[in-house]
Design a protein around this ligand. Structure first.
Ligand code: ACM
Length: 510
C-alpha cells in the first residue's frame, strides 16, 4: 500500500483481486459517470475492455452511492477489496471519485500510463479502506500571469491535483505583467494587457537586464469554461483571482483611466511590488464590478478571489482626488480606503450569492463583513481573521510557497525567486495554528500551496517546483494528523514517483 495522501483507516486482508478480460464495472444512476471515468483511465493503460454495466455475477468493480455512509462526509468513501469483487461506496459522487483514485493507486504504477502496458499483472491487494479528508479546502494556486501557461498544461495540472485528492484550483489570472482572461466588455484588457514586450531575465538585484522577447497569452471565456468543466469532472472547484487594487498595471496599461497619474504605463516587464495601483474613482469600482460580472458567469463556484495583497499606498497619498475621496467617505487613512474598495466588491459578490476571498492585507483597514482571508505572510492573518469569526485558508509562505528553493544548494538548481522550503518542512506543516481554540479552529477551511511563476517560464519548470512538494502538502490537508509519518511518506514516495513518471511529470528527484 503506497497511497498518497495516506488513508484514514486501512485493514488489510489476504489475497488479491486481479483485473482480467472478464472484469466489469457496475454502477447505476449517478454513479455511472464516476464508473465511466474510472473505466476510461483503467482501459487506457491495461488495454482491457472493462465495460460499465448495471449488474454482474463475478469479477466486478462495483460503485455504489450509499446514503448510510453519510458519516464519511461529502468526500469520504469506503473501498472493500476481496478476491471476487471490489466495492467502492460513498455517500456522494466526490467520494466515489476519490475511491477510484485510491483504487488506481492500489494497482501497479503503470496504470497511470497513457498507452496499454504489456506484461503487467493488474492486481489489487485485498482489504478495507475507510477514508475521508481532514480539511474541506485542499488547494493549489497557479500564477499564469507572470508566465502564461497553455490550457493543455492547466488541465494536466488539474489531473495531478486530482491524483492527490486536492479539490481547489486557485487560478491567478491577472497581474502587473499580464491580464489572462477575456472580458468582453473591456477587450483591451487582453488586446493590450495580455502582452508585454519583454521580461527581466533574472534578478534585478543581480544586475539582470531584459530578454527582449515579447511574452503573453490569454484564455478566451470558452477556454476558461472548458477548464472549469474539466476540473468539475475531477471534483475540483476553480477559484479565479482578479487582482485589485494593486498588481494591476496590465489593466492600467489597457485602460489608462484606471491609473492615478498621467504617466503612460506599459504591461510591466519586471517583477516585485509595484507602486502603480488603480485609483479609487467610482468609475474604477464599477469597472471591476463589470469585470466580476463576467467572471461570475464563467466560474460557478462560491469563492471569488480579489487579491488585495501588496498594494502600496503612495499614489493614493499623492493624489488629490484619492485624498478627497477618503475625506468624503470619512476614512482615516489609506488602509481604510483599500478596505472600502474591497468592501464594494464584497457587497457586489454577496448580492450575487458569492463569497469574497482575499490575501491577508485585506485585514489592514478593517475586514469586509463576509470576506474569507487567505493568510500568506505567515499565520497571523489567519489567526486574526479566525478570531474575528471569519473563515480562513492557510497559505503561509514559509511552509507552502513552492516557488522557493527546495534545497540550500541553490547553485545547482534552476534560478528561483529565493527562499528555502525543503520537502520535510512542507510535510510537517500543520494548517491549524496552535494558538486557536477549538471553536476558532473551525474557521480554518484548509490550506493551499502557491506557485508564483516569475522564474518558471514553462510547464516543465512549474512541475519541477510543484512536485513532490504538492504530494507532501496533500497529506497535510487530507490525512488524519495522527497518521502522518515522514519516513513512511518517503517510502511511499518511491512508488509514487513511478506514477509521476508514468504521467510524464518533470518532478524534482528526491
Ligand atoms: C503574495 O504572495 N503576494 C500573495
Amino acid at each position: 500500500m503506497n497511497i498518497i495522501p495516506q488513508v484514514a483507516q486501512h485493514a488489510p486482508r489476504a489475497g488479491v483481486f486481479g483485473l482480467s478480460q472478464n472484469t466489469v464495472l457496475v454502477a447505476q444512476g449517478e454513479a455511472v459517470s464516476e464508473a465511466e471515468k474510472l473505466a476510461a483511465r483503467l482501459r487506457a493503460s491495461t488495454g482491457l475492455p472493462l465495460p460499465v454495466q448495471a449488474s454482474a455475477n463475478s469479477s466486478a468493480i462495483v460503485l455504489t452511492l450509499d446514503a448510510s455512509l453519510s458519516p464519511l462526509g461529502d468526500e469520504g468513501y469506503a473501498l472493500d477489496a476481496t478476491p471476487e469483487r471490489i466495492d467502492l461506496r460513498a455517500p456522494k459522487a466526490a467520494g466515489l471519485f476519490y475511491a477510484g483514485i485510491t483504487l488506481l493507486q492500489l494497482l501497479p504504477p503503470a496504470v497511470f500510463s497513457s498507452a496499454p502496458q504489456a506484461g503487467v499483472e493488474w492486481s489489487v491487494p485485498c482489504g478495507r479502506i475507510e477514508d475521508q479528508p481532514r480539511f474541506r479546502w485542499r488547494g493549489m494556486h497557479l500564477d499564469v500571469a507572470r508566465h502564461f501557461m497553455p490550457v493543455a498544461f492547466v488541465k494536466k495540472f488539474i489531473d495531478l491535483l486530482a491524483l492527490h485528492k486536492m479539490n481547489t484550483f486557485h487560478w491567478h489570472l491577472t497581474e502587473d505583467q499580464g491580464w489572462r482572461i477575456e472580458i468582453k466588455k473591456y477587450p483591451r484588457l487582453t488586446e493590450v494587457g495580455a502582452w508585454r514586450k519583454e521580461t527581466r531575465a533574472g534578478h534585478e538585484r543581480d544586475g539582470a537586464g531584459f530578454d527582449g522577447v515579447p511574452h503573453g497569452g490569454f484564455y478566451t471565456q470558452d477556454e476558461a469554461r472548458e477548464v472549469v468543466a474539466y476540473a468539475a469532472a475531477r471534483h475540483i472547484n476553480v477559484v479565479p483571482e482578479i487582482e485589485m487594487p494593486g498588481h494591476a498595471q496590465a489593466a492600467i496599461a489597457a485602460y489608462p483611466e484606471l491609473g492615478n497619474t498621467d504617466e503612460k504605463l506599459e504591461v510591466w516587464p519586471q517583477f516585485g511590488v509595484n507602486r502603480h495601483v488603480v485609483n479609487v474613482e467610482e468609475s474604477t469600482v464599477l469597472f471591476y464590478q463589470d469585470v466580476l460580472r463576467e467572471v461570475l458567469d464563467i466560474f460557478p463556484g462560491r469563492f471569488i478571489h480579489v487579491g488585495g495583497d501588496e498594494c502600496p499606498k503612495d499614489e493614493w497619498r499623492a493624489s488629490e482626488r484619492a485624498q478627497a475621496r477618503m475625506q468624503a467617505l470619512g476614512l482615516k487613512d489609506e488602509h481604510e480606503l483599500q478596505s472600502w474598495f474591497i468592501r464594494r466588491m464584497d457587497d457586489f459578490l454577496n448580492a450575487h450569492g458569492r463569497t469574497l476571498i482575499g490575501w491577508d492585507e485585506i485585514l489592514e483597514g478593517g475586514l469586509a463583513q463576509n470576506a474569507v482571508v487567505m493568510s500568506w505572510r505567515g499565520e497571523e492573518g489567519g489567526i486574526d481573521a479566525a478570531r474575528a469569526g471569519h473563515d480562513v485558508v492557510m497559505a503561509p509562505n514559509r511552509y507552502v510557497y513552492f516557488d522557493y528553493y527546495i534545497t540550500e544548494d541553490k547553485a545547482n538548481e534552476p534560478l528561483a525567486i529565493g527562499g528555502f522550503l525543503p520537502l520535510d518542512k512542507v510535510y510537517g506543516y500543520e494548517p491549524v495554528p496552535a494558538q486557536l481554540s477549538a471553536d476558532e479552529a473551525r474557521h480554518v477551511l484548509g490550506a493551499q500551496g502557491a506557485l508564483w511563476t516569475e522564474y518558471m517560464k514553462t510547464p516543465a519548470q512549474v512541475e519541477y517546483m510543484a512536485f513532490p512538494r504538492v504530494c507532501a502538502l496533500s497529506e497535510g490537508v487530507w490525512s488524519p494528523a495522527a497518521r502522518k509519518d515522514y519516513a513512511d511518506f518517503l517510502q511511499r514516495m518511491a512508488a509514487h514517483t513511478q506514477r509521476l513518471d508514468a504521467l510524464g511529470v518533470n518532478y524534482r528527484k528526491l
